[in-house]
Design a binder for this molecule. Sequence first.
Ligand SMILES: Cc1cc2nc3c(=O)[nH]c(=O)nc-3n(C[C@H](O)[C@H](O)[C@H](O)COP(=O)(O)O)c2cc1C
Length: 393
Amino acid sequence: MLRFYTAGESHGRGLVGILEGLPAGLPLSIEFINSELKRRQKGYGRGGRMKIESDQAQILSGVRWGKTLGSPISLFIENRDWANWQEGMSADAVHAGSLEPVTRPRPGHADLPGALKYAQRDIRNILERSSARETAMRVALGALAKSFLLEFGISIGSFVTSIGDVETPIKAGRTYADTKLLLKLSERAGKSDVSCPSRDAAARMRAEIDNAIKNGYSLGGQFTVFALGVLPGLGTHTQWDRKLDGLLAQALMSIQAIKAVEIGGGAALSGLPGRAAMDEIFYGKETGFFRKTNNMGGIEGGITNGMPVVARASMKPIPTQRKPLHSVDMKTKKPFAAAYERSDVCAVPAAAVVGEAMLALVLAGAFLEKFGGDSITETRRNYESYKECLQNF
Ligand SMILES: Cc1cc2nc3c(=O)[nH]c(=O)nc-3n(C[C@H](O)[C@H](O)[C@H](O)COP(=O)(O)O)c2cc1C
């Protein structure tokens, strides 16, 4: 079983992550983890924090001489801003009261519900953890999952399809069935500071972000994540909480500001006649079973069907914005206009990188559930034997 935890506050000493369940003998490189962290920090429309933070992970355990030991892998990412917060975020009671409490909840954040739930008069005790800073560790752990999946030819990518109301129309059906095209789209997205594969749409997205910066509002958008090279048979139809589409939706929905997740053609499928929506089944001697379309996003009945696994997530606009929003001070109960803090205007490209990490972690988990193995050699043996069964099916 693969499981992971993250811990750490946004302005605390740093972030900690533990990933348990990767087999022994898997080669891992810190350079790859750090290059993924760098990808999360880029993007047109990011706020001041990205200029402060240049994330670097350290491997604290579970890896020796470049290979996993099979024991829990723990990672640490230092918060570069920690120097300025040592007293304000100290674990030591002697520093209590060194920072004014935050009493003004920001709409769209965990501030108010968190304060009510955890009986906190200082919203800092909530916002430090609810912040999307936490996603840096998910990306680092996701890099470990990606490294594992790559051993078995599974690669993960993403691209942004909309920012605000600027869209690049990508139709699920045939595009999601086309491995080469998906790769091309993510490669192109990798060269764009809004992670958009269409140059024309990217230019309009940038203009939209400029406009938002100028006029003090924030933006959301949508991104697509995909996995290529996934065999049929990950996930199961047999129990609700083991269905892969359900697990993936939960994983993507858990990313800060994600408000909708679609698998394959998603919501648009509800408006199609059944015939147009289903991915009809074909068979070739060389290819085995295959589909020409992929509206199901590679998952039928909670099980991968051999097509690319594709999901789309919708991100709400960033809650913090320069134009103040109405709120009420928790202490005085008086209304106020929520103040602007250093903040992203648009973080959809970064969220896409987090989405890749979550997809990788879910797929690596499903993969290990199916093939098990305490060493990578054992996992590979089980995998190859299943592959052979599929070929002879
Ligand atoms: C990569 C990323 C960066 C974000 N940056 C900010 C930000 O700078 N300011 C902000 O107010 N919200 C930001 N958010 C969104 C908030 O963290 C999120 O809306 C908030 O924690 C409430 O969670 P919810 O939207 O899932 O309900 C970001 C989200 C992601 C995924």
